[in-house]
Design a protein around this ligand. Structure first.
Ligand code: CA
Length: 230
């Protein structure tokens, strides 16, 4: 079962996609305008977005660009415009795949499985990780600091997890963008900085007096056990 958001203004195609995907056991939301689709992509946290390029208000290309500023959700472009230029532009802007209308449900389902395989973190780790007073429980995605729960957003948790799996190692912002935001082409140092500062605050430290999160200027950041650092 996958939560799917369809952004498509053609009511017939929207209905067809809703029916076929629901029959496959997915939970489907349909938006008929770009603006509404963008809002739902953020609030509903779909696992896949099917995005039409030709939309009445905000074009699909623009929706995609705005969406990529805030979300790494897999996006499959569905387009009647079979010109390479718009498809290439969409892929450059962060779309994961595309389908040219008309397409069959089997083909769509296969593309959805493929993008989910590429973007889901696979087997979820279950082994808990203890670093000083910090305890990360990946099965439940919870974090404790000195036995007190730390309330992290999804991205903050992912960020911490990537750093924890590479304990003591400097991880570059580019690597973090690729691993946490699935944005391998960079373009968002600021995104990393902002989330790092939130994470830092929630772990109870400041940039001036770091304990667990050590910034290496111009390179990246590493997670350390402050008890073993000198
Ligand atoms: Ca359209």
């Amino acid at each position: 079962m996958t939560r799917v958001l369809v952004v498509e203004d053609d009511p017939e195609i929207g209905r067809l996609l809703r029916r076929n995907l629901t029959e496959l056991g997915h939970v489907v939301t349909v938006a008929t305008e770009g603006g509404a689709g963008l809002a739902l992509a953020v609030t509903d946290e779909p696992q896949v977005v099917l995005l039409d390029l030709g939309l009445p208000d905000i074009g699909g290309q623009r929706v995609l660009e705005m969406l990529r500023g805030v979300s790494s959700v897999p996006v499959i472009i569905i387009t009647a415009q079979d010109d390479d230029v718009s498809v290439v532009r969409a892929l450059d802007a962060g779309a994961d795949d595309f389908l040219t209308k008309p397409f069959g449900t089997e083909q769509l389902a296969a593309r959805m499985r493929a993008v989910l395989r590429r973007t889901e973190p696979g087997q979820r780790p279950t082994q808990e990780v203890r670093i000083g007073e910090l305890l990360i429980e990946p099965a439940a995605r919870t974090v404790l600091m000195a036995d007190n729960p730390v309330d992290l957003s999804r991205k903050e948790y992912d960020l911490l997890w990537v750093l924890a799996t590479r304990l003591g190692e400097v991880v570059t912002k580019r690597e973090l963008l690729a691993e946490v935001w699935q944005l391998p082409f960079g373009g968002g140092d600021r995104t990393v900085d902002v989330h790092l500062s939130w994470l830092r605050r929630k772990l109870g430290e400041t940039a001036a007096e770091p304990r667990y999160l050590q910034t290496v200027r111009g390179v990246g950041v590493r997670l350390v056990d402050p008890g073993t650092e000198h």
